[in-house]
Write a protein of this length. Structure first.
Length: 278
């Protein structure tokens, strides 16, 4: 076993998106622009309704997937092709925007705490113009693996080494998406080989990984090695995401809500959107 090294540790940055939703951007910042195949990661967590009520009114996407994981609260989504629903506490929505759609993501609550993550996962060239598709699962459909030593691993996508499989198929990049809770002093170990880009995103407590301490809200981008090892070193249990996927290794042209392979394709996306062709 070779413990995976840490390439870089970053701290999330305060940001605002949609109609004034306050969030912490962990990936997609000047310090951490992307981590192939992952483009962006936002975390939101607030009990102040004014931080989230504006939501994310109608906006387009093309060329990648958006993954919304609600830790607490409820979010309603609706697109221009007739798809709609509510992502409930603990639920996941893995949306392939593909060739494009226009959708809104609005809080289904006017008070109370709302927290969760939105991750953007890139698509390879051959899938950027594919038909939009949804995978949606409520909390009861997401298995939790309890390990010796006290770790619990909620498996959203992919399969753990112990065989627990998440409901979401990891799609084009063979993604792993685990939500791990680790008691003080406990160790989480999971074989994830270097051919998968992997990151650890700490949102409670602190962990030591690859000799470095990462506390909330920080992320560690992992390098060489074949096993992820993280020890909970904070004053209370740690909670973190393990995100991994196969790098796409293609040119990335990113313009607002469109992520394509070339500037021309991004230009085309803006034209198609303006002309109502989504
Ligand atoms: Fe969106």
């Amino acid at each position: 076993m070779a413990e995976r090294a840490v390439l870089k540790v970053v701290k999330g940055m305060a940001a605002s998106d949609g109609a004034g939703v306050r969030l912490t951007r962990i990936l997609g910042t000047p310090e951490a622009q992307m981590f192939d195949p992952f483009l962006m990661l936002d975390y939101f967590d607030t009990a102040e309704a004014s931080d989230y009520v504006g939501g994310f009114p109608d906006h387009p996407h093309r060329g990648f997937e958006t993954v919304t994981y609600m830790l607490e609260g409820r979010m309603r989504h609706a697109d221009n092709q007739g798809n709609a629903g509510v992502i409930e506490t603990g639920g996941i929505q893995w949306m392939r925007a593909g060739k494009g759609l226009v959708h809104s993501e609005m809080p289904e609550q006017a008070e109370g705490r709302m927290s969760g993550f939105q991750l953007w996962v890139n698509l390879p060239r051959e899938l950027k113009m594919s038909a939009p598709a949804y995978q949606e699962f409520d909390a009861p459909k997401i298995p939790v693996e309890s390990r010796d030593g006290g770790a619990s691993v909620k498996v959203v996508a992919g399969r753990t080494a112990q065989g627990t499989a998440g409901p979401v198929s990891g799609g084009a990049v063979d993604a792993l998406y685990f939500d791990v809770t680790l008691p003080q002093g406990a160790v989480f170990e999971e074989p994830v080989a270097t051919d998968r880009a992997a990151m650890l995103v700490v949102f409670d407590g602190a962990v030591r990984v690859g000799g470095q301490v990462v506390s909330a809200l920080g992320a560690a981008f992992l390098g060489e090695g074949d096993t992820i090892k993280a020890e909970s070193v904070g004053d209370w249990p740690a909670r973190f995401l393990v995100l991994a996927g196969r790098p796409i290794r293609e040119p990335v042209a990113w313009g607002g809500p469109f992520v394509m392979n070339s500037r021309e394709e991004v230009q085309q996306a803006f034209e198609d959107f303006r002309a109502g062709r989504f």
